[in-house]
Design a binder for this molecule. Sequence first.
Ligand SMILES: N[C@@H](CCC(=O)N[C@@H](CS)C(=O)NCC(=O)O)C(=O)O
Length: 203
Amino acid sequence: MCLWRTLPASLFGRKVALAAATTGLADQLTIEPAVVNNPHDSLLQQNPLGKISTLITPEGQTLFDSRVIIEFLDAKAGGGVLIPKGDARWKVLRQQALVDGLIDAALLVVYEDRYRLEDECSPGWVACQQDKMARALDYAESHYTLTPVAETLHVGEIALAAALGYLDLRFEGAWRQRYPKLVTWLTLFRQELPAYDATGRQP
Ligand SMILES: N[C@@H](CCC(=O)N[C@@H](CS)C(=O)NCC(=O)O)C(=O)O
């Protein structure tokens, strides 16, 4: 049994949860909620970055971040499940990198509002992050004809589903007006993986 430091509203946590559901390993993870930015939370001993998700294996090994945890789950499931082997691997990993970058930018926008005092905020810098988000979504909409099929859900698709869920939660689903293919794609994904609706914080 692994100890999993996460929070329901964490989209990177949801990404790990969807990966665990896809590999059938969800019952191997025991959640211990983490309070990020709390200097007294043991998360800081487990992960010097103080970020979730962080996973502690039964052997006491600490794994972070979500990419490493997903590699771990993939290996536990026999390999080549979440991250294909062969040439398909690079396309999938690039898709994960694009979506993680989209969400890194989204988090920076959210944190700007949440953590910075009003006179510390930089509208130009926020606009730069919003542009990254828009370019990543434009790219996903026009380049990825994603067709989720339960047996082949991979980490690129899982990351995208978690990311779109976060945009629903924190950005009032504004992306839905502009990206009809991604709307359809997420509908299909939800049908394929019921864990989507059972994880994450709903808007
Ligand atoms: N690259 C990391 C990003 C993790 C991340 O940014 N997690 C957020 C919550 S969704 C967090 O812990 N934020 C607290 C902080 O940055 O201090 C991953 O893939 O797991």
